[in-house]
Design a protein around this ligand. Structure first.
Ligand code: HSE
Length: 434
């Protein structure tokens, strides 16, 4: 039986520094807890001169990833460079060299993970990816192990801290989106190129991974519908609030009639839901199982130490499995076909918030409601106040459950009316039907 497990980290950025610092400073406590030693043997990065604020033992750093990938002593390779290439190549080489892998690379797993998991299953390697979704929240373990007894009915996730921070600022201070984005960038919560976060793509990566575990389906990145937060305005946040809702960028997975819906978009959620109270950079994931009922997981979805905590938990899990020759004990991602289909977005049912920009004239409401009725869309409530926005008045309508394809058809017809001055803004609404 091995008494030491050796680890190599490739990528000494923010997360690599977090993981390394936990492994170094908590080595004793880990040894006490698990009964053997986890030895951080090597860290590779292109830049090994920059001060990261942690002291690493002499001789640990290298600029050559091959010194980790080809070292027969190293048992676990931790990939923390991000991006698709060369990360994918490093992971596949590590697996082919008989090593286990830990990664935080959600973009890589969501888009290329089926190849990686297939290779890992052929080679008997473990791939740990707790850090790929929601940073320090152990949601992967929850879905793989804690809730394994359940049929997952639905998942609602606030899994992008950047967008949640921006929406929180817009909600609390009435800030316009571009101003809130700049603020997030200044504080280091948003990248210089924030596209993945604000367009919902980062949430799609994470939802792809969660859905694969929850519904035992292959990673299906291309089938997830996505809309970002760039069109959300303080005006809509204000109307949503009057109607009793908050706007969140939500990642949704739902089992419906033998199919699964997978979508990421701004969503109006009843203010009194616990998840609606998750603000700032925090993440939360609501999971409802047929046996357990409603559960909620909350914490920091990013940052060196929270993400490092998830990485080290994967290292420990793998080390424990290795010690008892039980690698592969918990099956991970399904790579073969599955009977579960992903529902087409056109077939999704939801409630909707519409903000029409219409001239303030008699008959406008009846024209709009007529088109909604013709398309099987029933109105639940209407707000019109004299808030003139350059000549037009916002007319806000909340609907009962309607079908996405019917909504697209109705809005196209409404936006072509001469009395309608601007494209209709719509936001999907979750919660109990009023
Ligand atoms: N940009 C991501 C977020 C980082 O804001 O959640 C963690 O994946």
């Amino acid at each position: 039986m091995k008494d030491t497990v050796k680890v190599g980290i490739i990528g000494f950025g923010t997360i690599g520094t977090g993981a390394a610092s936990i492994l170094l400073r908590n080595r004793d406590i880990l040894r006490e807890r698990i009964g053997f030693d986890i030895d951080l043997k090597r860290i590779a990065d292109k830049d090994i001169t920059r001060d990261r604020g942690i002291k690493v033992p002499d001789g640990l750093l290298t600029t050559d990833a091959d010194e980790i990938l080809n070292d027969p002593e190293i048992d676990i390779v931790v990939e923390l460079i991000g991006g698709i290439n060369p990360a994918k190549d490093f992971i596949l080489r590590a697996i082919r060299n008989g090593k286990h892998v830990v990664t935080a690379n959600k973009a890589l797993l969501a888009t290329e993970g089926n190849d990686i998991f297939a290779e890992a299953s052929r080679s008997g390697s473990e791939v740990g990816f707790e850090a790929s979704v929601a940073g320090g929240i152990p949601i992967i373990k929850v879905l793989r192990e804690g809730l394994v007894a359940n049929r997952v009915l639905n998942i609602y996730g606030i899994i992008n801290g950047t967008s949640n921070y921006i929406l929180t600022r817009m909600t609390e201070e009435g800030t316009e989106f571009p101003v809130a984005l700049k603020e997030a960038q200044k504080l280091g919560y948003a990248e210089a190129d924030p596209t993945f976060d604000i367009e919902g793509i980062d949430s799609v990566h994470k939802l792809t991974i969660l859905a694969s575990l929850a519904y035992n389906i292959p990673l299906s990145f291309k089938s997830v519908y996505s809309e970002g937060i760039t069109k959300v305005t303080p005006l809509d946040i204000g109307f949503a609030s009057e109607l009793g809702y908050k706007i969140k960028l939500l990642a949704i997975a739902k089992a419906v009639d033998g199919e699964v819906e997978l979508r990421v978009h701004p969503t109006m959620l009843p203010k009194d839901y616990l998840i609606s109270k998750v603000d700032g950079v925090f993440n939360a994931i609501f999971v409802e199982g047929d046996a357990v009922g409603a559960t909620l997981y909350y914490g920091r979805g990013a940052g060196a130490l929270p993400t490092g905590s998830a990485i080290v938990s994967d290292i420990v899990d793998i080390a424990r499995s290795m010690r008892f020759n039980a690698a592969g004990r918990v099956p991970v991602i399904r790579t073969g076909p599955s009977a579960m289909k992903i529902r087409k977005m056109d077939d999704v049912d939801s409630m909707y918030y519409f903000r029409f920009s219409a001239l303030d004239k008699p008959g406008v409401l009846s024209k709009i409601s007529g088109i909604l009725g013709e398309n099987n869309i029933s109105i639940a409530s209407v707000i019109q106040k004299g808030r003139r926005v350059v000549g037009a008045v916002p007319l806000v309508v909340l609907t009962h459950t309607a079908r996405e394809a019917d909504v697209a058809k109705a809005l196209k017809a409404i936006d072509e009316l001469p009395i309608v001055t601007d494209k209709t803004l719509f936001i999907r609404v979750e919660g109990k039907e009023g």
